[in-house]
Design a protein around this ligand. Structure first.
Ligand SMILES: O=C(O)CCC(=O)C(=O)O
Length: 440
């Protein structure tokens, strides 16, 4: 998800030779498109800033300008999109065995089926942290409308999409290859991200408001689709939290009483979550073997629910090999992120994944990243530490701190939490400044 890798950050100057708006249809370079950053909409839900206050205030004043790529018009991949072989090395043909777990059993209350589902999840999470879910209660029509909404949005002319352009230092908005932030290892994709929460008192439909305020009244219908979709994702994520709790063998009872939770520790922990929804659009690519749609990364968030269309492209690194996760019609892919790894006291792992692109077909995926409220203290339930018969693996931290670390200082990998723990111990005041995030 949100990016992180050691690479060259985008300069704020608009004169860099690597900045192009794309090429004309005959392949000759087109002049850069220079665009002003939009002002932040008052209702946007933003995670802790990756940009300085100065950058933010410049953006708010509309003072920064940068260039964008129009990927659909590139006859060859421009140099900033070339990834080193180490990251872009070929896929192993053998698909990853990812169990399809029926989470509908959490609605019909069949105890044996719940246990079976929990066992499947436990096996997947103890190895690579990926599984798929069916019976998730998301209507097929809504899922289709959400994928089609992404196609409708990304097929708009660039200047229209740029009305939702990401404000520096925030997670919300449209980006073309993250070229607004980075100058190398750019992903072959466009994204549209926005925040979602439905906590107490949040009666207003935040997603509808986001679409209306950034793109205008014509986009209210699209906003409604994503509002409903995010509400369903939130519901599903809480069900998956119950499933994860069961799969970890944490009895519903004693520790919830200790922690003062009625619905399970994890479910309650995320009741007031503030999540991020990201629509990914991967155009066909003239040289897919030299680039990536999404670079290798672990998600720092707690849990990701991914709806992919039927094209395929998601891959997971298992025992040193990249293995494809074949799309299963009607199913959604779930993966554990670093925050849940900490919440399980390290028992469940977050895993490196990436997305590859292809020559012929566009691909769409919708990623819902479940995040705790920024100030919540991430700490496993007492029973998680006890069940693992191990001392605490990670110290208490807030999601805001982990977000800052992965956005500003560290290339996320399988050791993110250990590095984060050391960083916390030395005091975030002594922040290293050399590892800007990757363009995932
Ligand atoms: O599109 C995919 O399959 C993966 C997307 C992803 O990992 C991300 O958006 O962080």
């Amino acid at each position: 998800m949100v990016s992180r890798a050691r690479q060259e950050p985008r300069s704020s100057s608009s004169s860099s030779s690597s900045k192009r708006a794309g090429a004309s249809m005959d392949g000759s370079p087109a002049p850069p498109v220079l665009l002003r950053a939009p002002t932040p909409p008052s209702n946007s839900i933003d995670l802790p800033a990756a940009a300085s206050d100065k950058e933010k205030s410049e953006a708010a004043a509309g003072a920064t300008a940068t260039a964008v790529f129009d990927l659909r018009r590139e006859p060859k991949i421009p140099a900033p999109f070339v990834w080193p072989n180490e990251d872009a090395r070929p896929t192993l043909a053998a698909e990853l065995e990812v169990p399809v777990v029926d989470v509908g059993v959490f609605r019909n209350g069949d105890a044996a089926a719940r246990r079976r589902a929990a066992e499947q999840v436990a096996a997947a999470c103890a190895t690579h942290g990926f599984f798929q879910v069916c019976g998730h209660g998301v209507d097929a029509g809504l899922a289709r409308a959400a994928l089609d909404g992404a196609s409708d949005f990304f097929r708009l002319p660039l200047c229209e999409k740029q009305r939702a352009r990401r404000v520096p230092g925030t997670v919300s908005g449209y980006t073309s290859a993250h070229a607004d932030r980075f100058a190398s290892k750019l992903p072959w994709k466009e994204t549209l991200s926005f925040g979602f929460h439905d906590g107490a008192g949040a009666a207003s439909p935040v997603v509808v408001d986001y679409f209306a305020s950034t793109l205008g009244p014509d986009f209210v219908g699209m906003g409604r689709v994503y509002q409903r979709y995010c509400e369903k994702m939130k519901e599903l994520s809480l069900t998956i939290m119950e499933l994860l709790e069961l799969s970890l063998g944490l009895g519903l009872g004693v520790e919830e009483e200790e922690e003062g939770c009625a619905g399970g520790y994890y479910r309650d922990f995320f009741a007031d979550s503030r999540s991020i929804m990201r629509c990914n659009y991967y155009p066909p690519c003239p040289e897919p073997e030299r680039t990536l749609g999404t670079g290798p990364h672990c998600d720092p968030t707690a849990l990701t629910i991914l709806l992919q269309d039927d094209v395929g492209g998601l891959e997971v690194l298992v025992d040193g090999d990249w293995r494809p996760v074949r799309p299963v019609p009607g199913a959604m892919v779930i993966n554990i992120g670093d925050t849940f790894m900490a919440l399980s006291n390290g028992r469940y792992k977050s895993c490196l994944h990436r997305a590859v692109v292809n020559r012929r077909q566009e691909r769409r995926s919708l990623a819902f990243f479940l995040c705790p409220r920024e100030d919540r203290v991430v700490r496993p339930p007492a029973a998680a530490a006890a069940a693992a018969a191990a001392p605490r693996r990670y110290p208490d931290f807030t999601w805001a701190d982990l977000m800052r670390f992965t956005q500003r200082h560290y290339r996320a990998d399988t050791r993110t939490l250990d590095a984060f723990t050391r960083w916390l111990a030395h005091g975030p005041a002594q922040e290293p400044t050399t590892a800007p995030p990757a363009a995932t």
